[in-house]
Design a protein around this ligand. Structure first.
Ligand code: SF4
Length: 520
């Protein structure tokens, strides 16, 4: 095989996967957008999402800053040299990382050191299998941490919140799948796609669940019972009302694929792999002699262009909105006073103009026991691990910068806000009771940005004014960003209100409607 060409083909696959959503996924998002009532926060979020998809496409930049753990599934004809191919894939990964198409995401599990090129023990994941066909089938999925953390595995029989007993039968499986959607809430950047694996052991069950994510959104399950199950879930899971980003709304789930394998009599696992709306998986057919791409997978049908209508719809949604509209957004310019914060309430839309600082897991842990490198009094912390590129003059540029999952900072957030006088934190998915109590006591707000809208938010960042704690690596460092019109929704306020707990409570009540058996 021409291995240089194969490496080039793998580079193209990586770049396309990171920057250009496949057509089957675009179709599902378009349908969701049409279903959503205009004027709601969910409709506004979906408009931002489609705008973001378009921007990523045009800029050839990552759709979401979290480019996840690259996972390849490759089928090769007998005789293909897998060792050479593996080397070429790793080279392509390192190059795509250097070019800002992937975020450096591979860290030493014990020390936290980032390898800087996405290579390391166990990363990327490359799974080879042989087959009888005369071409190479190479597929890639980039699944980020926010949705990966919402994967869940059930061991039947079990008791499920809201649904009661789930037994070792099709109806028990149905309950597990509904519960998996409920427990994810908006934290995996809903609306999402789920892959379900029935049977196997704990590891092969999860493998089977992830395998389902490689199926096309439009395919029909050939197994009659599983087809019924998939149809049932798609028809009912959206009744939970969790909505895009967990803001409440019509669309929570965009796809459900179920697979089955044998198990041993003592175990009965149902494993669910949750994938966010930024469902970045693509595939190619490669000629085993020339190493060149012969065809792209998941690309049947017309390409859906989200260009103009999205911006127009943002305005229309805002105009029709009963909730505060984008035009009515409240401008915040840090440093923010306690009085300004106390005036904000859940549902308000704010636009931030001025300085904000990024802070993720490493920064939060560090700030518990150290002084901050900058004065954070009245400031805004953004839970974000951006994709950054340095130019030849040594200046940093933001390539992708959406919010990361905030709940990871729950043990630290309230203490840090009080210690340094921080007035607002921005992230996604909401935070827990400890942070809510601190917001009330200290005078702070939690702002929910649109998860995955990495291009949209990168566009709001007008300059990078500094960086501290680079020893934590690019995604974990504290970046000083100057932003303009950075839009987010107040989902936790200083009066003890949380949209997240309201939606969780109402979706639990709706979940209970599905308690009675459906499949005998
Ligand atoms: S869209 Fe959300 S869950 Fe998906 S990779 Fe991006 S931040 Fe993570």
């Amino acid at each position: 095989m021409n291995i240089e060409k194969f490496q080039e083909s793998m580079y193209k696959l990586i770049v396309e996967t990171s920057t250009n959503l496949p057509k089957d996924v675009r179709r599902a998002i378009k349908e969701a957008k049409e279903r959503e009532n205009s004027g709601t926060r969910s409709a506004m979020s979906l408009a931002t999402i489609t705008n973001n998809i378009q921007m990523a496409d045009e800029n050839v930049s990552p759709i979401c800053q979290d480019t996840g753990l690259p996972t390849f599934k490759i089928k090769v004809p007998v005789g293909a040299n897998q060792l050479e191919m593996q080397k070429a894939i790793k080279n392509a990964i390192a190059l795509a990382t250097k070019d800002g198409k992937l975020r450096p995401n591979s860290v030493d599990s014990l020390t936290g050191d980032n390898s800087g090129d996405n290579l390391g023990e166990g990363t990327p994941v490359i799974k080879f299998a042989q087959w009888e066909k005369d071409y190479i089938d190479a597929r890639l999925i980039l699944k980020g941490g926010g949705c990966e953390n919402k994967n869940i595995q059930y061991s039947l029989p079990c008791e499920l919140e809201g649904l009661g007993r789930a037994g070792r039968d099709l109806d028990g499986i149905r309950k597990c799948i509904l519960h998996s959607v409920y427990q994810a809430q908006g934290q995996g950047c809903s609306a999402g796609f789920i892959g379900v694996g029935i049977g196997g052991d704990r590891s092969s069950g999860y493998d089977l669940a992830k395998e389902q994510l490689f199926r096309s959104v439009d395919d029909v399950n050939p197994h009659e019972d599983l087809r019924r199950l998939e149809d049932y879930i798609m028809a009912n899971a959206n009744e939970l009302g969790i909505g895009t980003m967990g803001f409440g709304g019509e669309t929570t789930l965009l796809g459900c694929k179920v697979g089955v394998m044998n198990r041993i009599p003592a175990s009965f696992f149902v494993s669910v792999a949750y994938n966010c709306w930024a469902f970045r998986r693509l595939g190619v057919q490669v000629n085993p002699e020339t190493g060149e791409i012969q065809d792209w997978l998941y690309q049947e049908g017309e390409k859906i262009d989200f260009a103009e209508p999205a911006a127009a719809e943002i305005a229309a949604a805002a105009e029709a909105s009963e909730a505060p509209a984008v035009q009515e957004a409240i401008t915040l310019t840090p440093p923010i006073t306690e009085e300004q914060i106390r005036q904000l309430k859940v549902g308000d839309v704010v636009k931030i103009t001025g300085r904000m600082y990024t802070g993720r897991d490493a920064i939060h842990k560090y700030l518990m026991d150290h002084e901050a490198p900058v004065d954070l009094n009245g400031q805004v912390i953004y839970h974000c691990g951006p994709v950054m590129l340095k130019d030849d003059e040594g200046n940093w540029h933001v390539k992708a910068a959406g919010p990361t999952t905030s709940i990871r900072e729950e043990p630290y957030q309230g203490d840090i806000m009080k210690k340094f006088g921080i007035r607002a934190v921005i992230g996604k998915g909401g935070m827990g009771p400890k942070t809510l109590a601190a917001l009330q006591e200290h005078g702070g707000v939690y702002l929910n940005a649109i998860g995955g809208a990495a291009q949209y938010y990168a566009d709001c960042i007008k300059s990078v004014e500094g960086v501290d704690l680079m020893n934590f690596g690019i995604p974990e460092a504290m970046w000083h960003l100057r932003v303009e019109g950075f839009t987010a929704v107040v989902t936790m306020d200083s009066h003890g209100n949380s949209l997240h707990s309201d939606v969780e409570k109402s979706s639990l009540e709706k979940l209970a409607q599905f308690k009675e058996p459906v499949f005998k």
